[in-house]
Design a binder for this molecule. Structure first.
Ligand SMILES: [Zn+2]
Length: 247
């Protein structure tokens, strides 16, 4: 197969042997893939280390191996390295990259995920509320992945009353009649629900408009997002532990 030239964002970097790296990337045209970039960790290499660092937005050639998980990457060039200097913003960026790495299947293209990630990186270079942006990012990702979140009516029967219950499994709010469909469903307060609706419907480019959300409400909103994601994963570790450093 001929190589494919596409943009990509580096989700994760691992050194490989003496001079190479293995990158996990979210590409615009191939979805998430893993690839080997040879011989770049030497002084002679003409490729800047910024090009293969976590979070870099690059343009490169990809040689896709049909029978192997490990593809080949060549001639990467930097499109954007997202100069994120604030420590909190950097935390949010690494958390966002990690979420995409954990929750997207390999080789399934979805340009919306690529665009969401690129926009999030761009915004994190200047936004002063990275924790709010991160929660919006998560809600958008959940939506793209098709896991929910329905916040306006009961996700089972469509009723709009008595819907102060949230189900991660069903992906949204449920009414008291349908609660039995998920024994793990838990209550959600109207205050949290209102904020969650606002964040979920907001365009990511406009995230900077919201100057503050009470910490307790933001933490809860993030928690409801996490139980939705967690229902769809077989990961048996607490993948959200690092989020406590940001929220
Ligand atoms: Zn219902």
């Amino acid at each position: 197969m001929p190589p494919l030239k596409t943009e990509a964002i580096v989700l994760k970097k691992n050194d490989f042997r003496e001079t190479s790296v293995i990158l996990t990337l979210y590409t615009k045209h191939l979805g998430k893939i893993k690839g080997l970039l040879k011989g770049v960790r030497t002084e002679k290499s003409r490729i800047s280390p910024l090009t293969f660092s976590q979070g870099a937005h690059i343009l490169a050639f990809f040689y896709i191996k049909r029978f192997s998980e490990l593809n080949l990457i060549s001639n990467p060039s930097l499109v954007n390295c997202y100069e994120i200097t604030c420590k909190e913003n950097l935390k949010a960026w690494y958390l966002a990259l990690n979420l995409v790495n954990l929750f997207t299947p390999e080789k399934e293209k979805d340009e919306r995920i690529f665009n969401l990630l690129a926009e999030t990186g761009r915004m994190l270079t200047s936004i002063t509320t990275p924790e709010i942006l991160f929660v919006i990012f998560k809600l958008k990702l959940i939506k793209i992945l098709g896991y929910g979140i329905e916040l306006s009516r009961c996700v089972v029967c469509g009723r709009e009353e008595k819907t102060n219950i949230f189900s991660g499994k069903l992906g949204g709010i449920v009414c008291s009649h349908c609660r039995y469909k998920d024994p793990h469903a838990i209550n959600i307060s109207l205050k949290v629900l209102r904020v969650m609706r606002q964040l979920e419907s907001m365009q990511i480019e406009k995230a900077g408009i919201i100057k503050s959300v009470p910490e307790e409400i933001l933490v809860k909103t993030n928690f409801y997002g996490n139980i939705t994601l967690n229902y769809h994963t077989g990961i048996d570790k607490i993948w959200w532990a690092n989020e406590e450093n940001l929220l």
